[in-house]
Design a protein around this ligand. Structure first.
Ligand code: SF4
Ligand code: SF4
Length: 140
């Protein structure tokens, strides 16, 4: 490139608006169909385990504490999830959905990558049981 043309480009770029976004200082809404973090609604879950069986990444575990009284805890391994939405598509009771707002999932430690969904008392019970058995758990 000739020096004159190059200088022209430099001067033009000095006075034109950048095409890049200054993320994270400037944010645009995510696309409606973006597949971010998985969320679970336990109220409709039957404990059928279809989501667990269909997940290609072994990112889901459904702990059944009491099937009759629908006491389930869903353990979601965020770091294994490939955001394929297979589980969302296959749940016949629409218990699962993927957020288009919660997608900034990077973290400096591993705790946020294991998420427990369920009633607080059931999650607490599961964690206490794991602690008693000497199994370490992390919860976000
Ligand atoms: S597929 Fe749906 S109903 Fe079945 S265990 Fe998973 S979340 Fe519950
Ligand atoms: S989105 Fe895909 S990888 Fe993630 S939990 Fe669901 S089935 Fe598994």
């Amino acid at each position: 490139m000739k020096i004159g043309a190059m200088l022209g480009d430099v001067v033009r770029s000095l006075f034109s608006k950048p095409v890049t976004e200054r993320y994270p200082f400037e944010r645009k809404p995510a696309p409606e169909r973006l597949r971010g973090k998985l969320y679970w609604d336990p109220s409709k879950c039957t404990g059928c385990q279809l989501c667990v069986k269909d997940c290609p990444s072994n990112a889901l575990e459904l702990v059944v504490l009491d099937k009759v009284n629908k006491r389930f805890v869903l353990r979601y391994h965020v770091d294994r999830c490939t955001y394929c939405a297979q589980c969302v598509q296959n749940c016949r009771f629409n218990c699962l959905n993927m957020s288009n707002e919660d997608w900034e999932l990077a973290a400096l430690n591993k705790e946020p990558f294991t998420v427990f969904y369920g009633k607080d008392e059931d999650v607490d019970f599961l964690l206490a049981r794991a602690a008693q058995a000497g199994v370490s758990e992390s919860c976000a």
